[in-house]
Ligand binder design. Structure first.
Ligand code: HEM
Length: 214
């Protein structure tokens, strides 16, 4: 994965915990000598998985929670890191709707090593969109977090429901995003959001302590 996502992870851990916690996590997951991630370089996906599991073990947050909050952190920073790719007329759902064609495809074309996930978006109404997310990395929680980070940027509260999930054996993750109206209470999801806890998952393999808390 692109180094930008590692430097973001480092900043996220430092912001949420501390610089010493970052060093401690790297040590605990066997990456102690690797505190030199650079935005433009590529690093193994497995390293990211190890660090996320390490943060989860250190904080007691679930891996899903860490991924989602990390995604929210990344979502906020996309606006500075990738400003030229972002149309100033967009709001939250326009941004999400245009990511695949306007942004992820550009990223793929510019850098053959980059493999952003495939996002097929279906704009249901002006207030609702469904993201069909596919990636071998199965980082749907990061996608949800990014959507939240984008919504925070535009100051538009959103509701997210994951209707299908690759972690449950579905072929893709369908992530329903809607803009909340003022005074809205949480809508009834059309299906129960998946529980990741019982499922066999790539994350379990990344856990250096053997804990399987997904
Ligand atoms: C300015 C906007 C965006 C840019 C420039 C961008 C770019 C990228 C890049 C460069 C990667 C790393 C690919 C690699 O290392 O191989 C990536 C990964 C990812 N992107 Fe985007 N992205 C943007 C917006 C979004 C949005 C809005 C979502 C979802 C709502 C999203 C979901 C993801 C996820 C989940 C990953 C992690 C990798 C994976 O799932 O396989 N991105 N993106």
């Amino acid at each position: 994965m692109l180094g930008f996502f590692f430097t973001e992870l480092k900043q996220f851990v430092i912001q949420e915990l501390s610089e010493s916690a970052w060093i401690e996590v790297l040590g605990k997951v066997g990456l102690g000598s690797k505190d030199s991630y650079m935005n433009g370089l590529y690093y193994p996906d497995e390293d990211m998985m190890r660090i996320v599991v390490g943060v989860s073990n250190m904080t007691g947050m679930s891996i899903d929670q860490v991924l989602k909050e990390y995604g929210t952190f990344v979502g906020k920073d996309l606006f500075t890191a990738y400003k030229p790719l972002i149309d100033p007329s967009w709001k939250t759902l326009d941004f999400i709707e245009n990511v695949e064609e306007t942004i992820h495809q550009v990223v793929r074309a510019r850098n053959r090593k980059a493999s952003p996930p495939k996002l097929v978006c279906n704009r249901l109404t002006d207030r609702e969109i469904v993201i069909d997310y596919r990636s071998e990395r199965k980082l749907c929680r990061v996608a949800q977090g990014i959507a939240l980070g984008v919504a925070n940027h535009y100051n538009e509260p959103i509701e997210i429901v994951e209707e299908t999930c690759m972690h449950r054996g579905d072929s893709s993750c369908k992530i329903w995003v809607s803009l909340k109206k003022e005074g809205d209470v949480a809508p009834a999801p059309t299906s129960s959001p998946p529980q990741h806890e019982d499922e066999e998952d790539i994350w379990a393999e990344a856990d250096p302590s053997g804990a399987d808390n997904l």
